[in-house]
Structure formats: structure tokens, C-alpha cells
Design a protein around this ligand. Sequence first.
Ligand SMILES: Cc1cc2nc3c(=O)[nH]c(=O)nc-3n(C[C@H](O)[C@H](O)[C@H](O)COP(=O)(O)OP(=O)(O)OC[C@H]3O[C@@H](n4cnc5c(N)ncnc54)[C@H](O)[C@@H]3O)c2cc1C
Length: 391
Amino acid sequence: MITLIPENCNACRQCTYACLYGGIVLEGKTPVRTDSCTGCDACIDICKTGAIVSSGQNIRLGHDIAEYKGVWVIAEQRQGHILPVALELLGKARELADIRETGVTAVLLGDGVDKSGDLLIKHGADRVFIASAPFLGSYRTSPFVRIISGVIKEHRPEIVLFGATAMGRDLAPRLANSLRTGLTADCTQLEMSADDGVLLQTKPAFGGNIMAAITAANHRPQMATVRPGVMQPVCSPSRKGDTVFLDVREEHSDTIVSILKTVKKKQSRATLEKADIIISGGRGLGDSKGFKLLKDLAAVFSGQIGASRAAVDMGLIDHDHQVGQTGRTVRPCLYIACGISGAVQHLAGMQSSDIIVAINKDPKAPIFQVADFGLVGDLNRIIPEIIEQLK
Ligand SMILES: Cc1cc2nc3c(=O)[nH]c(=O)nc-3n(C[C@H](O)[C@H](O)[C@H](O)COP(=O)(O)OP(=O)(O)OC[C@H]3O[C@@H](n4cnc5c(N)ncnc54)[C@H](O)[C@@H]3O)c2cc1C
């Protein structure tokens, strides 16, 4: 929220032009905040005379942002099993919390999840809030939003992280609205400013052509979703923490939506996120002959097949195998990119791999900038040679 210092105002009106909402007006020579102010603070940046300064308050909730402490992870489960992304987020939360010298809290909703606190603690949580009840067995927006927003409003965490899963993508924006705060979706990197606790949330933007760093300096909690496979889990079996059971009752249940049946999608797709070795092919494969080569190479390594979007668009392989911004995010021990140029949208999904090998006939291909080993040449000659050598 802004604080106005009228004696510093020179009536230049820049603030009124900068405000898209009519949130600030000049009455005579005095700046006045109107009810339309959203607290975006655009007027603070534009004011050169110090007549508009930040009051350090979350305008939406009316709390001082200094009251918000701790890093929280909303842990997701399926049929009582914690999803790996929850453990990955805890690893990141631990790192951020240590910088701020604060604690990590995990929040878990489900049915029969009473004993899951230990796993979350071992992966970095100091405290786990568990709500366990039959009506929480399957995700439904309303009860989850009601319960989680209640506990967030009570304890005021500084940061809340979600997996960018189907559930996280539904839950996080609804919560952000209920808490009157911002949300950055699909972050690939999170960094913390130790002094003021501002979270630098990096995500691909404008079709992946730029990496945007987003902050929510004046609102709390700061909320972000992160795709599975992006962050690293850490496990310390001796870690200790507290499990707190939330008192949830049937009135939290959703009377509008009921789940009649859950139908599992057939798992024809590659489990690329879990693969240790991925052999990926792009437009440079040319056709199905090139793709056969890729399969032969994958067989030698017992690896899984990945692909660029161009290879998918050419119909060489199913979209389930696509790696990148609009495909899978992978982190194998070994990623071999064959005939892939290394567009930012592709790199967004694989550049955290431990070792990257690139095969490309163009020595200037951007993929070589992220590759640990580069083989410049025609893949139709190089791949058979590798297969031969390995055999
Ligand atoms: C919003 C948006 C989202 C996107 N999401 C994704 C995504 O998730 N994943 C993704 O991959 N892309 C994505 N893209 C597309 C991306 O921008 C690129 O177009 C795509 O990655 C290019 O694929 P490629 O590298 O296979 O093809 P190209 O860029 O055409 O590169 C082919 C490469 O093969 C090399 N080559 C050709 N022949 C040979 C040979 N015989 N031997 C060796 N090398 C050879 C060439 O030198 C070249 O470097 C997205 C784009 C947009 C706008």
C-alpha cells in the first residue's frame, strides 16, 4: 500500500498517468488515493519527488508484510502416496528458508494420510499440517481452497509453493484470489533476497523467447507453481519435525461437486521424468529412417526416447515424448540430443540434465552452448558409429 507525502508533491501528475485504475488523483495540488487503488505500486516507481512511498502493507489483507514468515509447500498426494514434486519443492523450500533463517511447513490434504508427516519432514519440512478425511481423498477445488486458505490466513507464510500439476494449476490461482495476492505460474528458478524476503521467480515468457524474473514485492504470501522435475529433492533421514492435524469437518466438504467415478488414463506414455538416460531426436533426424537410428541408439543405452517439438510436429513420434516448455521437463543423468538445434523452448525442459551430449552438423547450433560434449557432424554417420563402438 502507498503512503502519500503531499508536501513532497510538485503536482507533475505523472502518478495519475501511470495508474491504470484511477487509483490516484490530484485534488488541487494534493495527491489522493482513491478506492480504485489496487496496490500495484506503479505510482511509487514513477514519482521522482518522494511524494509516494511504500507503506510496506499488503493492501489486500491489511497486514504488515513483515508479519509473514516461513516457506510453505502444498504437498500433493494420489491415493495416499506423496507425489515426487512435493519432495522436490521441499528441497527448494529448505534452501529458501535457510537463507531467511525461517522454517519450512508442508500442508497435506487427503484420506488416510495421517502417517505421511515423516516423509515430508525427512525431505525438509519442520512442520507438517495434515488434514485427513474421506471427503479429501480426491481433489476438489472448493474444500481444498477453503481449508488451505484458512490455515494460510491464520499463520501467514511468506512464500507458498505448489507443483505445476493439474491440481496445483487449479488450486493455486483460486487460493491467490482468495488471499488477494499474486501468483507466478510455471517457474523454472526461485531465488531469495535475504534482506527483504522478496522472491525472484523466473519463468519463460513470450513463447519462451525471454526468461522473465517476476516479483511480488508488496503482497504476501508470494506464491509460485513449479513444474515436476525442475527442483532437486534432499533427504535427511534423521530430521525431526512436528506434525499438526487440522480439524476438518464435513462442512468443509463440497456440496456442489461430487466425484462419481475416477477413470485412469491408459499409461501408454513414456515415463520420461524418471528416465536416467534419454536419447532425443529433432528435425535433423529427417524421417522415419533417422528415427529408427535413434531407437537403435536408445536400445544400446537402455534409454528412453525424447523428442523436440519439430520431431513431434513432423509426426515422427507422439507428443508424450516431447521435451521442453510445452512438453516434459526432464533431468536424466545423460541426455543425448540428436539433430536438435537447441531452441530456448527445448532447453527449458532439459538443461538441468547431468550430462548433455549434442550431435549436430551445424557447429554454431545453440545446443552446443549447453552441451558438455558436442559431436559436430552428420547424425546418420555418427549414430551408427557410436552404436558400433558401444556394442
Ligand atoms: C510457445 C512455444 C512452445 C514451444 N515448446 C517447445 C517444446 O516444448 N519443445 C521443443 O522442442 N520445442 C518447442 N517449441 C519449438 C521450438 O521453438 C523449436 O522450433 C523446436 O525446438 C525446433 O526443433 P528442432 O531443434 O528439432 O528443429 P530445428 O530447429 O529445425 O533444428 C534441427 C537441427 O538439426 C540439425 N541437423 C539437420 N540435419 C542434421 C544431420 N543430418 N545431422 C546432424 N544434425 C542435423 C540442424 O543443424 C539443426 O540444428 C516451442 C515453440 C513455441 C513458440
